[in-house]
Design a protein around this ligand. Structure first.
Ligand code: ATP
Ligand code: MG
Length: 684
C-alpha cells in the first residue's frame, strides 16, 4: 500500500503538493493526471526515492521492487536484446551469484555444502526465468514495433525515439511490484500502443501511469489520481469516469460555495449591524467565532484557460514547394546511401492542409526532415517558392532547447537571429509579453529550461515557432507531452492558420479536425491518399493482412492475439506479434489500393519466386525447432531430477548438464531468430 498523509512537496519556490493525503492499494492500476507542470513527474520522483517529502508522511512497502523507464538516452554498443535482458536486475544478480559459486566449486569440488549451494544457484536462476529471458526480451522488443532483423543491432544504431522504446522494453522486462510509467506512449505509433495496452492489462503488480491520452488511460487504468491546486484527489474509475465524476463534483462544489457565500454574507451583516450594540455584543461575538471556525469551501478555480494563434503570414509563395523526381533517404559512411522514398513528385500549394499518413518506419519523418532542409534529397530536386518560411516542429528534438538558458534568453537569442525577418518587436518587454501569452509568466520566464516539465518545454518550442511567423508549418508529432487543454488550443490555432500546413500525428482527433487532404507514405513512395481517416484505418487493416499473408507463405504461424507478458511466447509467436493489426478492429470490410487485379497477379508471381528461395531456410528452421523441442524436454527432466533428493556430486552433474542444455538452447534460439530474419528479409 502506498500512503501519503499531509504531504508537502516543493521544487525550488514552487509548492507542488500542499497537505496531500491519499492511499493506493496493492494491485491497483492508477492513472496520474493533471495539467502540464502540475507536478506529476515530481510525484514519481517521490515514489522512486529520488526526492523526499518536505512535510507530512509518505510510505510504501520497503520490500517492493520498483520498475520504471530510465529517462536518459542509452549510449551503448550492446545489442537491443542484451540491453533489454539487462532490465531484469534480479536475473543479473543471480547470474553473478552463480558465477561466484561455480568458482568456489572449482576450488573445492568435494565440499558438499558448496555442491548444495551450486545446485541452489542453478535452480534460483532457473526460477528467475533464465531459460526464457532472451525470448521474453525479444517478445517485448518486437511487440514495441522493432523488426526481427533489428534484435541484434546495437542500441547506438537506433534513432532517439526508438532508443526510448528500448528503455520502455527494459522497464517491462524487470519483474516488479510497482511499475511507474511517465508518458509511455509518447514515442509509440498505433500498433505499438495497442500492444502495450494489452501487455499492461495483464500486468499483475501495482501500476501508476502518467498520460495525456484519454483512450490509453481508459484501456489500462481503473483508478484516477488527479493533481491540481497542490492537492491529490483519488477517483475510483478510469479517465472517462473521472471526467464525469469531476464535472459532477465541480457542479456540487459550485453550489456549496454559493450557499456558503450567502451564509457568510448573512453572518457578516449581523456582525456589522450589532457589534456596536452592547446588548447584542455577545451574539455578534459568537457569530464572529462561527465565521472564523467555518471551513471554507474553495471557490472553483476555473482551469487556467490557454489559447494562442499563429500570426498572419505576410507573403505566401505559390507554389510553396515543388519536388521533382526525387529520392529521399540517408547517406552513410562507407556504404551506399539508404534510400527510403523514390520517385517523389509533389507540389505544395499555398493554403493546403495536408495530413501525412503511413505506418511506422515508412519514411514520414524522412519526408518531413528533407522538406525542413535538415537533410538533402539523394536525387531529383526540391524547389522552394520565393519567401518560403518554414516553421518546423519535431517533438524528438526538444533538445533544440538549451537546458541552462531560460525562456526569455531563448527568445532573445531567436530575436537576435531573425528579428528583422520575422518583423516582430524584439524589446525584452515585448518578448516577455509574448511569452506571457504562452503561459510563461512571472518567475517562469527566468526558470532554466532544463528544470521545466515535458509539456512546458513543448509549449516553449511551440511559442518559438509561432514567433517566427512561418508560412509553411511542418509539424512532426506536435502533441506529445501536451496536456489536453493545450492540444485543444493547438487544434484551434492550426484551424485558424492561414498558411500551409503539413502534419504528422498519431492523434486522430487532431488530424481529423485540421487536415483536409492526406498523403500516404508507404512502400517507398509518397502518394495522394484518396479517402478519409476511416478509409485509412481500413488501409492499415489491409496492410496488416497483406503482411500476415506473406508471413504465412513464408511458413510462419498466423498472427496470434496480443501476447501475455508473464509467459514466454514460443518462438514462432515472436513473429506473429509484430504483425498485430492496428487498432481498427471495429472497422469491417476492405478497400484495396489501385489496380487490384494487376496487383494481385504481380503478387502471385512474386510469391512463387519467394517460395523457391525460402525453402532451404525454412528447412533449417524446422530442424532447429525440432532440436529445441528435444532440449526443452531434457531440461524439464533435469529440473524434475534436481527437485528430488540427490548426492552432491549428482546434483552438480545435473546442474552442469542443465547449464549446457540452456547454452545450446540459447545458441539455437539465436540461430532461429537469424533464420527468421532472413525469411522476413526475403519476404519484404
Ligand atoms: N528543479 C526545479 N526548479 C524549479 N522548478 C522546477 C524544478 N523541477 C520542476 N520544476 C517545476 O515544477 C513543476 C512540476 O514539474 P513536473 O515535471 O512534475 O510536472 P508534470 O506534471 O510532470 O508536467 P508535464 O505534464 O508537462 O510532464 C513545473 O512547473 C516545473 O517547471
Ligand atoms: Mg511530466
Amino acid at each position: 500500500m502506498i500512503t501519503l498523509k499531509n504531504v508537502v512537496l516543493r521544487r525550488s519556490a514552487k509548492v507542488l503538493l500542499d497537505g496531500a493525503t491519499v492511499t493506493l492499494n496493492p494491485g491497483e492500476k492508477v492513472g496520474l493526471v493533471g495539467r502540464n507542470g502540475a507536478g506529476k513527474s515530481t510525484l514519481f520522483a517521490l515514489f522512486n526515492g529520488s526526492l523526499h517529502e518536505d512535510g507530512g508522511d509518505f510510505s510504501m512497502p520497503r520490500q517492493w521492487r520498483l520498475a520504471q523507464v530510465a529517462q536518459n538516452m542509452p549510449e551503448t554498443d550492446e545489442s537491443a536484446t542484451d540491453f533489454v535482458v539487462g532490465g531484469d536486475t534480479r536475473l543479473l544478480e543471480l547470474r553473478q551469484k552463480l558465477a561466484a559459486v561455480e568458482a568456489a566449486y572449482e576450488d573445492n569440488p568435494d565440499d558438499a555444502e558448496i555442491g548444495m549451494e551450486l545446485a541452489h544457484a542453478y535452480t534460483d536462476l532457473a526460477d528467475a526465468g533464465e531459460h526464457d529471458a532472451v525470448p521474453r526480451a525479444q517478445a517485448l522488443i518486437l511487440g514495441l514495433g522493432f523488426r526481427v532483423a533489428e534484435l541484434d543491432s546495437p542500441v547506438n544504431s537506433f534513432s532517439g525515439g526508438w532508443r526510448m522504446r528500448l528503455q520502455l522494453a527494459r522497464a517491462l522486462m524487470c519483474p516488479s511490484d510497482l511499475l511507474l510509467l511517465d508518458e509511455p506512449t509518447n514515442h509509440l505509433d498505433l500498433d505499438a500502443l495497442v500492444w502495450l495496452e494489452a501487455w499492461l492489462q495483464k500486468y499483475a503488480g501495482t501500476m501508476i501511469v502518467i498520460s495525456h491520452d484519454r483512450e490509453f488511460l481508459d484501456a489500462v487504468t481503473d483508478v484516477t489520481l488527479h493533481i491540481a491546486n497542490a492537492q491529490l484527489t483519488r477517483y475510483g474509475g478510469n479517465y472517462s469516469k473521472f471526467e464525469d465524476m469531476r464535472a459532477l463534483q465541480m457542479e456540487q462544489q459550485q453550489a456549496a460555495f454559493a450557499r456558503q457565500q450567502d451564509k457568510i454574507a448573512h453572518l457578516q451583516k449581523f456582525i456589522d449591524r450589532f457589534k456596536a450594540k452592547a446588548s447584542k455584543a455577545k451574539q455578534a461575538q459568537s457569530r464572529v467565532k462561527a465565521l472564523e471556525r467555518m471551513e471554507k469551501v474553495a471557490p472553483l478555480l476555473a482551469e487556467a484557460e490557454f489559447s494562442f494563434e499563429f500570426k498572419e503570414p505576410g507573403h505566401i509563395p505559390n507554389p510553396m514547394l515543388s519536388i521533382t523526381g526525387a529520392s529521399f533517404g540517408y547517406t552513410q559512411e562507407e556504404a551506399p546511401p539508404k534510400t527510403i522514398l523514390t520517385g517523389v513528385n509533389r507540389s505544395v500549394q499555398g493554403g493546403q492542409r495536408i495530413g501525412i499518413l503511413g505506418a511506422n518506419g515508412q519514411g514520414k519523418s524522412t519526408l518531413v526532415k528533407t522538406i525542413a532542409r535538415e537533410m538533402g534529397a539523394l536525387a531529383g530536386t526540391v524547389t522552394e517558392g520565393k519567401g518560403l518560411n518554414i516553421g518546423y516542429f519535431a517533438q524528438q528534438e526538444l533538445d533544440v532547447l538549451h537546458p541552462q538558458s531560460n525562456p526569455l534568453e531563448h527568445m532573445v537569442r531567436l530575436a537576435r537571429e531573425l528579428g528583422a525577418a520575422a518583423r516582430e518587436s524584439t524589446s525584452e518587454q515585448s518578448l516577455r509579453g509574448f511569452l506571457g501569452s504562452f503561459n510563461f509568466s512571472g518567475d517562469m520566464v527566468k526558470q532554466p529550461v532544463g528544470t521545466m516539465s515535458g509539456g512546458e518545454k513543448a509549449r516553449l518550442v511551440l511559442a518559438m515557432m509561432v514567433w517566427q511567423r512561418p508560412n509553411l508549418l511542418l509539424l512532426d508529432e506536435p502533441t506529445n507531452h501536451l496536456d489536453l487543454a493545450t492540444r485543444e488550443a493547438l487544434a484551434v490555432a492550426l484551424n485558424e492558420f492561414e498558411g500551409t500546413l503539413m502534419l504528422v500525428s498519431h492523434d486522430r482527433a487532431l488530424l481529423r479536425s485540421v487536415c483536409d487532404e492526406f498523403w500516404l507514405v508507404g512502400r517507398g513512395e509518397v502518394k495522394d491518399f484518396d479517402g478519409d481517416l476511416d478509409d485509412y484505418q481500413r488501409y492499415l487493416l489491409d496492410e496488416a493482412r497483406r503482411q500476415r499473408e506473406e508471413a504465412r507463405l513464408a511458413g510462419q504461424a498466423p498472427a496470434a492475439d496480443a501476447p501475455a507478458p508473464a509467459t514466454a511466447p514460443s518462438a514462432p509467436d515472436l513473429i506473429a506479434q509484430s504483425d498485430q493489426p492496428a487498432r481498427a478492429s471495429a472497422v469491417s470490410g476492405s478497400k484495396s489500393g489501385a489496380n487490384p487485379q494487376e496487383q494481385r497477379k504481380q503478387d502471385a508471381q512474386q510469391r512463387q519466386q519467394l517460395a523457391g528461395r525460402l525453402k532451404p531456410v525454412k528447412a533449417e528452421l524446422d530442424k532447429a525447432e525440432k532440436r529445441m523441442a528435444a532440449l526443452n524436454a531434457e531440461k524439464t527432466g533435469l529440473e524434475a531430477r534436481l527437485a528430488t533428493p540427490l548426492e552432491p556430486a549428482e546434483i552438480a552433474e545435473a546442474g552442469r548438464r542443465l547449464k549446457a542444455v540452456g547454452d545450446e538452447l540459447n545458441t539455437l534460439e539465436e540461430r532461429w531468430l537469424e533464420l527468421s530474419g532472413q525469411i522476413e528479409a526475403l519476404s519484404a
